[in-house]
Write a protein that binds this ligand. Structure first.
Ligand SMILES: Cc1cc2nc3c(=O)[nH]c(=O)nc-3n(C[C@H](O)[C@H](O)[C@H](O)COP(=O)(O)OP(=O)(O)OC[C@H]3O[C@@H](n4cnc5c(N)ncnc54)[C@H](O)[C@@H]3O)c2cc1C
Length: 368
C-alpha cells in the first residue's frame, strides 16, 4: 500500500494536519509515533486511583482564535473553567499574574488602581541600558518584586539567573492593574470534558488514517511507500545531529495522591522562593472530576533526556536556525510543531500552524 503522507509524531501538530488531510482531501495517511500512545505531550490518562491526570504536565486550553476554538469543538465538549494560579511568597499564597490584589495582599495595603501605579513607580530601579532579563524586571518592578517572583524562580526554571539571560527572555512584567485574578484572559478557555486523549482519538477516527505506535520512524521509513512527509519530531534528530544537539530544558514529574477532597486553594501554585519544585498542580481542580481522593503534580525542572522547553538563549536559537535553513530546502518534508521548529507553542498556536500548513497543501493541490 502507498500512503499520500507519512506523519512523524502523533502529537497535536501531527494529529491536526492528519485529520484535515484525511477528512477534507481524502488523503491516505500513516502516522508513526515512537511512544506507546497518541496525543504527544497533551496525553492524559486515569491513574490507579481513577483520577484523570496529565502525564506530561498540566494543560489548559486557552485562545482568542475563534476558528481554532470552533475546530476543537467539533471533536469534544469543553468544561467551563477559568485557570487560576497563586504564588507562595513569605508563607502566603498571592494571586498570579501580579495584580492589584497581589500587591495589596503582599504589602498589606489597600491601594486603588492609580495608587498601585504610583507605588510600583516608586520601586523601579533606574537602569541606563537594559541588557538582561534582570535589568528588565528591576527597571519595571524593583528589587523586592524581582527577588520574590523572578530571581529564584528563573534559576529553578532555566538553571541560570535572569542576570545571565538576554532581555528578550523576560521582556516585560505582566502587571495587571485591576482585580482580575484569572491567569488567562482569553475569550475561550477550558479542558475537554472527557480529556485530551479522547479528543485526539476522535480526531484520528477516520479510515484514511493508520497509526503505528512504539516505532521510531527511522526504523521503518525505508520500507514504506509514500509521497510526502510531515515531520513533527526533533529537527536535530532528523539530520542526525549534524550541527550538534539542541538544548532543551526538561522536567522531572512527581505525582502524589492524597486521601483528601482538596489539596490547595487553586489549580496551580507556584513556588518562586521555597522548595526545589516550581509548581504544584491539582488535577481535579482543572478537570472538575469528583473523587474522595486527589492527585497533585510537583514539577522539578532539570536538564534531561525528555525535551520540553527550547532553551531561550541566542546560542541555541542560532543553532536551530542552521537546521531551519537546511529544512527549508527539503522538497518532500514539511517541518511542523514544537520539536521540528524548536519553538515553544501553546496548543492553540500549534493547531493554528497545522491548519495553515493544511491550507497551503490544499491550495497547491488545487493548482495541480
Ligand atoms: C509542561 C508543559 C505544560 C504545557 N502546558 C500548556 C498549557 O497549559 N496550555 C497550552 O496551550 N499549551 C501547553 N503546553 C504546550 C503543549 O504541550 C504543546 O503545544 C503541544 O504538545 C505541541 O504539540 P506537538 O505535536 O508540536 O508536540 P508533541 O506533543 O511533543 O508531539 C510530538 C510527537 O512526536 C513524537 N516523536 C518524536 N520523535 C519521534 C520519532 N523519531 N519517531 C516517531 N515519533 C517521534 C513524540 O513522541 C511526540 O509524541 C505545555 C507544554 C509543556 C512542556
Amino acid at each position: 500500500m502507498k500512503f499520500d503522507y507519512v506523519v512523524v509524531g502523533a502529537g497535536l501538530a501531527g494529529i491536526t494536519v492528519a485529520e484535515r488531510l484525511a477528512s477534507q482531501l481524502n488523503k491516505k495517511i500513516l502516522i508513526i509515533e515512537k511512544r506507546n500512545h497518541i496525543a504527544g505531550n497533551i496525553y492524559d490518562s486515569y491513574n490507579e486511583d481513577g483520577i484523570l491526570i496529565h502525564n506530561y504536565g498540566p494543560h489548559t486550553f486557552h485562545t482568542n482564535d475563534k476558528e481554532v476554538f470552533d475546530y476543537v469543538c467539533s471533536f469534544t465538549e469543553w468544561n467551563d473553567y477559568q485557570h487560576r494560579v497563586m504564588s507562595y511568597v513569605n508563607g502566603n499564597f498571592v494571586p498570579m499574574p501580579i495584580s492589584l490584589e497581589t500587591i495589596n495582599q503582599l504589602y498589606n495595603l489597600n491601594l486603588s488602581e492609580d495608587e498601585m501605579e504610583k507605588f510600583i513607580d516608586s520601586k523601579k530601579v533606574k537602569i541606563d541600558e537594559i541588557k538582561t532579563s534582570e535589568d528588565v524586571v528591576l527597571s519595571q518592578g524593583g528589587q523586592d518584586i524581582y527577588e520574590k517572583f523572578f530571581k529564584y524562580f528563573t534559576i529553578k526554571q532555566w538553571g541560570v539567573s535572569p542576570a545571565e539571560l538576554d532581555k528578550t527572555v523576560i521582556s516585560r512584567i505582566p502587571f495587571r492593574k485591576n482585580r482580575d485574578t484569572r491567569y488567562f484572559t482569553d475569550k475561550y478557555q477550558g479542558n475537554p470534558k472527557h480529556g485530551y486523549t479522547k479528543m485526539c482519538e476522535k480526531m484520528l477516527d477516520n479510515p484514511n488514517i493508520k497509526v503505528m505506535l512504539n516505532t521510531d520512524y527511522k526504523e521503518v521509513i525505508d520500507d514504506i511507500k509514500y509521497d510526502k512527509m510531515i515531520y513533527t519530531g526533533p529537527i536535530d534528530y532528523f539530520y542526525n545531529y549534524e550541527f550538534g544537539k539542541l538544548l532543551y530544558r526538561s522536567i522531572k514529574f512527581k505525582f502524589e495522591t492524597y486521601d483528601m477532597e482538596s489539596y490547595q486553594p487553586v489549580t496551580s501554585t507556584r513556588y518562586p522562593m521555597d522548595y526545589d519544585y516550581t509548581r504544584i498542580t491539582e488535577f481535579k481542580k482543572m478537570t472538575g472530576q469528583k473523587h474522595p481522593k486527589t492527585t497533585i503534580l510537583k514539577e522539578f525542572p532539570c536538564f534531561g533526556d525528555e525535551p520540553y522547553y527550547p532553551y531561550p538563549t541566542k546560542e541555541w536559537k542560532e543553532l536551530a536556525n542552521k537546521y531551519r535553513e537546511k529544512a527549508e530546502k527539503e522538497e518532500n518534508v514539511i517541518f511542523l510543531g514544537r520539536l521540528a521548529e524548536y519553538k515553544y507553542y501553546d496548543m492553540d498556536d500549534v493547531i493554528r500552524k497545522a491548519l495553515d500548513v493544511f491550507e497551503e497543501i490544499k491550495e497547491k493541490d488545487s493548482n495541480r
